[in-house]
Write a protein that binds this ligand. Structure first.
Ligand SMILES: [Zn+2]
Length: 265
């Protein structure tokens, strides 16, 4: 009898352990972060209204000098006051011009014509710009074009004290224990259907992962684009499954990972 009782107790313990291991993202099975790059007008005009109608929060990576940033300051202030994250995507969006498909990069915005000091100072100035909009001193970063080097030297360590975390463009999900918070993968969306994006979410639920979406145009304004119906379909699926999906800004998800790493050290 006693033997059976211990077996039952062990069984219950194991069951509750595996249940908690499967719900390790703020008590949900996975985390989904919606990021939108390059300060486009459609983010303010198309995306934020639909996010707000569903009570979801997104992360918007602004390059401060872009027209959609500097011409719409009060709209970004409003978005931040409403709980959306404003992230740093540099002042001028410099990229490596010699890489394939980069003929659009002007020489003044070519990372190979930058010094490390100039890049770091422009990034820090963008933090000041963002702080003027939302009052926050904690910030996350997204590498323009996914480039992490200036003249072949990595700039990651030069900015790591200025940020909580940073988003890259490598298409992969993260586990709660992923150590490198300065190279979090993301899925670049360009022309996918709602079903295709939902498939990624289902994979994240199954694997207890962090899934980061990377959007540019939503219903236009950029060559990399997703249709409004597909975007809406994804958001509606997320809302419907909110009981098992933690839909949260990038800063919240990565701070949670950081805290989890400290606890498990
Ligand atoms: Zn960008």
């Amino acid at each position: 009898m006693r033997c059976n009782l211990s077996a039952i107790i062990i069984g219950i313990t194991l069951l509750s352990f595996s249940a908690s291991a499967q719900k390790n993202w703020n008590n949900k099975k996975c985390a989904v972060v919606l990021t939108y790059d390059d300060a486009l007008n459609v983010h303010l005009d198309n995306v934020i209204p639909v996010l707000d109608s569903l009570g979801l929060k997104g992360t918007f990576y602004l390059s401060a000098y872009f027209p959609g940033s500097k011409n719409r300051l009060s709209d970004w202030k409003k978005a931040a006051a409403n709980g959306h994250e404003l992230g740093n995507h540099t002042l001028f969006h410099p990229c490596i011009g010699k890489s394939k498909g980069r003929s659009w990069v002007r020489k003044e915005r070519d990372l190979d014509n930058y010094s490390m000091e100039r890049l770091v100072e422009e990034i820090r100035m963008t933090n000041v710009f963002l702080q003027a909009l939302d009052g926050k001193t904690k910030r996350t970063f997204a590498y323009p074009c996914g480039d992490m080097t200036v003249n072949d030297s990595s700039y990651v360590n030069n900015i790591s004290n200025d940020f909580v975390s940073a988003r890259g463009v490598e298409g992969r999900m993260s586990s709660i224990n992923d150590a490198n918070l300065f190279a979090i993968g993301s899925y670049m969306i360009n022309g996918q259907s709602g079903e295709e994006m939902i498939k990624l979410v289902k994979e994240a639920i199954k694997n207890n992962s962090l899934l980061v979406f990377l959007f540019h145009g939503v219903g236009g304004e950029h060559d990399l684009n997703v249709s409004l119906p597909a975007h809406r379909q994804l958001l509606q699926f997320l809302k419907k499954h909110e009981h098992e999906i933690w839909i949260t800004p990038f800063i919240e998800a990565t701070e949670y990972m950081k805290k989890n790493q400290t606890i498990n050290k």
